[in-house]
Write a protein that binds this ligand. Structure first.
Ligand SMILES: C[S@@+](CC[C@H](N)C(=O)[O-])C[C@H]1O[C@@H](n2cnc3c(N)ncnc32)[C@H](O)[C@@H]1O
Length: 222
């Protein structure tokens, strides 16, 4: 796993140096900053603000501490910070985190950290009311690394909270990727997701888009 995390870091640092915004949102290259961040607001509206019952579990968003895995340059972190009390993002790429710090310099309730690429040790003993990840696990070529993150989230999520995240559901990705490619991630089926949830003390509350690139999972910590 150490070889793979090193490679993920190297590859994502290179992508960040080449065109960070493009590798975060590949819809365009040479993004205008305002338009790029508007796509983060749109994603937060679609995935978070339209799903506040599952996300907040009755809590006041202004008092919630949120975790984002794979924050990139802070595209969604900034939008999340407009709604939630505190947002903490981690990313395997130091270069992405460096850019995120710059973009978030006027967002005092958003914090970003360079992490190992497989766990959340960098966060110390912080605990969270909600955890989220979008277009990150779809790039991780190892289910063991995804499983390691699920275990780490289970450790730091408060009881009665949700971990909502997206994985690569397309089963063909396992045939296409060679286990070392850090762009095309390992697929996760509904059965594998249910097993993973159970192993780490979560209930698989909901799943959508199984078999597609956008396989969404709602893991609830009872
Ligand atoms: C396509 S970008 C998406 C960034 C952000 N989620 C967004 O939607 O704006 C994928 C991000 O995941 C990060 N990433 C990839 N593998 C990771 C890992 N194993 N642990 C943490 N971050 C990772 C990359 O460095 C990159 O910043």
């Amino acid at each position: 796993m150490a070889d793979l995390t090193r490679k993920m870091r190297r590859d994502w640092d290179r992508r960040a140096r080449t065109d960070a915004m493009h590798f975060v949102n590949t819809a365009r290259s040479g993004w205008d900053e305002k338009e790029f961040f508007a796509t983060g607001e749109e994603n937060v509206r679609d995935h978070i603000l339209n799903d506040m019952d599952a996300v907040c579990q009755g809590r006041d968003p202004a008092r919630m501490r949120v975790l984002e895995i794979g924050c990139g340059v802070g595209r969604m972190t900034r939008a999340l910070a407009a709604t939630f009390g505190e947002v903490h993002g981690v990313d395997v790429s130091e270069e992405m985190v460096r850019r995120a710090k710059q973009f978030l310099r006027n967002t005092p309730n958003a914090h970003v950290y360079h992490n190992s690429g497989k766990d959340l040790r960098v966060l110390g003993d912080l605990d969270f009311d909600f955890a989220y990840s979008f277009i990150v696990f779809q790039h991780i070529p190892s289910r063991a690394v995804i499983d390691s993150y699920v275990g780490a989230v289970s450790q730091c999520l408060r009881r009665g909270s949700t971990f909502k995240f997206q994985v690569q559901g397309y089963q063909g990705s396992n045939l296409l990727q060679n286990g070392r490619d850090t762009w095309l991630g390992a697929s996760v089926s509904e059965i594998q997701a249910a097993t993973m949830a159970k192993r780490h003390g979560f209930e698989l509350r909901r799943s959508a888009g199984a078999g597609t690139q956008y396989h969404w999972l709602w893991f609830y910590k009872p």
